[in-house]
Design a protein around this ligand. Sequence first.
Ligand code: C2E
Ligand code: MG
Ligand code: MG
Ligand code: MG
Length: 276
Amino acid sequence: VIKEKHGSNYNIFELSIAENFKAMLTMERELRKALMEGQFELHYQPQKSLDSNKIVGVEALLRWKHPLKSYIPPDKFIGLAEKTGLIIDIGDWVLKEACRQNKTWQDKGFQPVIVSVNLSAKQFYQKGLVEKVEHILNETGLAPKYLELEITETMAMTNEENILETMHCLRKLGVFVSIDDFGTGYSSFKYLSVFPITKLKIDKMFINENREQNQAIVKSIIHMSHSLDMKVIAEGVETIEQLKFLTEEKCDEMQGFYFSKPLPPEKLTKLLQTVG
Ligand code: C2E
Ligand code: MG
Ligand code: MG
Ligand code: MG
């Protein structure tokens, strides 16, 4: 800690820490309240198969509808939720809501889709995660093959032995496990061959930053995924050129603004209705 004995710097420094802390406490209180009062929502972004041109999955993305501030994106509050441990309760809600919603769509007779749910590190490392997932599937009536859990490379690389065990149990249950933001994390090739991962999600940075090197990287990831018997999806597809490239390179699926932004459930229902 930097400390100055004299002058105003010291005070300003202390004050900003105190204020920061206060803001954090306020947000933590608001997050708890949000969970209790039902201010969280899930929006869903469709994932399209490049082969059949059909919607095969949807990613559930958390939104906080703050009573005073309208929608707050997850990047603004997930970090704090992680730090305070609140992410466990929020994550439970997300999992349950995503499964419930997906079952509802199936009950309406739509073509079944897989719902992907993002897990944070704390959630993935918690004891009893597999039992929890199993319980939620039983409770909502969703078949395990319609649920996918997304983790990041860095999460898979930390605490390797437990993670491997958790992944095997999830796979035994019938749930899919994908690696999100692939290519941006701390990772080694070893785990790709050892872990029972079912899909890689190529980070949007490689898709929509227009650099020649990125195309080479994307090609390699697609090729490697297929050699290792994994599916591969491109995130952040925004243009027709990107779509054409991915189709030529035999990428399995795509997700991005070019096809659709994340949508509130009612709008996704309409979309599923029109495509079958
Ligand atoms: P992510 O899992 O990588 O999700 C994809 C993000 O990219 C989403 O941002 C989505 O809106 C955005 N996106 C989709 N298509 C495009 C595109 O074509 N162009 C661009 N520029 N962006 C696109 P969002 O919804 O703000 O979520 C941000 C991150 O927050 C997620 O990244 C995920 O890591 C985290 N997150 C979201 N929901 C949850 C949740 O329920 N639990 C946890 N633990 N994390 C979540
Ligand atoms: Mg994700
Ligand atoms: Mg991602
Ligand atoms: Mg992410």
